[in-house]
Design a protein around this ligand. Structure first.
Ligand SMILES: CC(C)(COP(=O)(O)OP(=O)(O)OC[C@H]1O[C@@H](n2cnc3c(N)ncnc32)[C@H](O)[C@@H]1OP(=O)(O)O)[C@@H](O)C(=O)NCCC(=O)NCCS
Length: 158
C-alpha cells in the first residue's frame, strides 16, 4: 500500500465540511460531463435523514470524499471523488469500502450507484464487487449541453 494511503485518514463529515467538499468536487470532476453537484445540492442532500458523508484527509488537507444514503435496506453511493494529485493510490477505494462498511452497519442489504458510461471509476466499482444492472439514457447533461448515459451498478452486502 502506498505512502499516501498509509498517511490518510477517513472521518465522518458534516455540513461544516461542505466548502472543502465543493473544492474537491471542482478539482475532481471534468465539467464536460455534468457529474458534479452544486454546493446547494450537497447541502440539501446532507440535511436529509439517512445521508452521510465520509472525508479522506492527508495531513491538514481534505483530499477526497464520498456521499451516500440509505432508504429502507437499500444504500446508494451518491458521489465519490478524490483530488487528481491523490489518485491511483488507493484513496477512492478506501472511501468506497468505508461507505460499504457504514451501509452494512445501517443494515443495508444492497448498495447501488450511477456512473457515467465511460468513466474510469467503473474499474474501481467492479473491483469492489459491483456489477452492472441497468442503463439510463441521457442521464448527465454536460457543460455544453451534451447528454451522457449513466450505467447503474449494484452489489449485495450480505
Ligand atoms: C474515481 C476516483 C474517485 C478514484 O479515486 P482514486 O483515489 O484514484 O481511487 P483508487 O486509487 O482507490 O483506485 C483507482 C482505480 O480506479 C480505476 N481508475 C481510476 N482512474 C483511472 C484511469 N484514469 N484509467 C484507468 N483506470 C482508472 C483503476 O482501476 C484504479 O486502480 P489502479 O490504480 O490500481 O489501476 C477518482 O478518479 C475521481 O475522483 N474521479 C473523478 C470523479 C468521479 O468520476 N467519481 C466517480 C463517479 S461519482
Amino acid at each position: 500500500m502506498s505512502t499516501i494511503l498509509n498517511q490518510s485518514e477517513l472521518r465522518e463529515g458534516g455540513v461544516h465540511d461542505l466548502p472543502h467538499v465543493a473544492g474537491i468536487m471542482r478539482d475532481a470532476f471534468d465539467p464536460r460531463f455534468g457529474e458534479a453537484w452544486t454546493s446547494a445540492q450537497c447541502m440539501g442532500m446532507l440535511s436529509l435523514p439517512g445521508v452521510w458523508l465520509v472525508i479522506a484527509s492527508l495531513g491538514e488537507q481534505d483530499m477526497g470524499f464520498a456521499l451516500a444514503r440509505i432508504a429502507a435496506d437499500e444504500a446508494e453511493l451518491l458521489l465519490l471523488a478524490t483530488r487528481p494529485s491523490a489518485r491511483r493510490r488507493g484513496m477512492g477505494g478506501a472511501l468506497l469500502r468505508a461507505v460499504i462498511e457504514e451501509a452494512r452497519a445501517r443494515h443495508a442489504t444492497r448498495i447501488h450507484l450511477e456512473v457515467r458510461s465511460g468513466n474510469d471509476a467503473v474499474e474501481l466499482y467492479r473491483r469492489e464487487g459491483f456489477a452492472k444492472v441497468g442503463e439510463r439514457r441521457d442521464y448527465y447533461r454536460g457543460k455544453a449541453g451534451q447528454l451522457f448515459d449513466a450505467h447503474t451498478y449494484a452489489r449485495d452486502l450480505n
